[in-house]
Design a binder for this molecule. Structure first.
Ligand code: T3D
Length: 261
């Protein structure tokens, strides 16, 4: 890979680092393709947690606008195609991966970069990091799930102002609003996020994947539908090796050894 770095530690924690620091890790077609390939490896390679971060001073500045330098006399670009081929599959894959996905937002997260972070399951951000729904400043609408995630995370009033004003908000503000999980000191960001990923990778990850499935579905379900889904998923969870191990370890007062099965 050239636009991302990909590593898998102890077979359990996969780490993807967006790696176009000179462009604040903004997306080009190659980075989309490499991310897709890396996420496929995460899916098939037995990782039990994924950490996503950025190289350099930014997390991700969204679409690389150098690739959108439009000839005023030429045809309009088909951004729908770019969304269909790049951003939507990425968000769907991240939400569909049945393992915890942690974002370590190391710097500015703008446009699709901000919403990429929000598509992760647990978001840590460095105190110096910031989030900007930059789309409105160039005549676009928030994509990569932004119009779906934001109202659910921060409510309609804040989502509307964030997306229409395009103001930069600090990591601290984002945490105070419940848009992200935690804001931590810059120097502690990677250790904090990595230790959360390593911890999660030792947990009953089959169960964690089912929690993610349930929470994903809850957004569009009635309570009745969700109660049915909880029953079905609990049935699956109850058949897992990790559930047996968890109960056995609890009753014999020992530390459980979970395998993600
Ligand atoms: O097109 C489609 O496929 C549709 C999908 C769209 C999805 C989207 O994400 S649309 C939104 C695109 N992103 C933006 O509009 C954000 C643009 N960037 C900024 O507003 C600012 O750069 C930031 C707020 C992110 C950071 O500001 P600051 O002052 O910390 O840094 P800077 O000086 O503006 O940027 C540093 C460098 O990164 C600079 O290059 P230089 O001058 O040092 O050579 C800047 O041009 C470059 N850079 C930052 N963002 C982008 C970028 N280059 C290309 N594309 C970018 N998005």
């Amino acid at each position: 890979f050239t636009t991302i770095r990909f590593e898998q530690r102890d077979d359990a924690v996969a780490i993807i680092t967006l790696n176009r620091p000179e462009r604040l890790n903004s997306f080009n077609a190659e980075m989309h393709a490499e991310l897709r390939a890396a996420l496929q490896q995460v899916h098939s390679g037995g990782a039990r947690a994924l950490l996503l971060t950025g190289a350099g001073r930014g997390f991700c500045a969204g679409q690389d606008l150098n690739d959108r330098n439009i000839d005023p006399d030429g045809p309009a670009p088909d951004l729908g195609r770019s969304i269909d081929e790049g951003y939507n599959p990425l968000v769907r894959t991240l939400r569909g991966l049945e393992l915890p996905v942690i974002a370590a937002v190391n710097g500015v997260a703008a446009g699709a970069g901000a919403n990429l972070a929000l598509a992760c399951d647990i978001v840590f951000a460095a105190r110096s990091a910031s989030f900007i729904q930059a789309f409105c400043k160039i005549g676009l609408i928030p994509d990569s799930g932004g119009t779906w995630f934001l109202p659910r995370l921060v409510g309609q009033a804040r989502a509307t102002a964030l997306t229409m004003l395009g103001d930069k908000i600090s990591a601290e503000q984002a945490a105070a609003w419940g848009m992200i999980w935690q804001c931590v000191d810059d120097a502690a960001l990677l250790d904090t996020a990595l230790s959360a990923a390593c911890h999660l990778a030792t947990q009953p990850t089959r169960g964690l994947g089912l929690i993610k499935r349930a929470l994903n579905a809850a957004a569009t379900h009635t309570l009745d539908q969700q109660l049915d889904l909880e029953r079905d998923l609990q049935r699956l969870a109850g058949r897992s090796e990790d559930y047996r191990e968890g109960v056995a370890a609890f009753l014999s007062k020992r530390t459980p050894q979970f395998r993600g099965r």
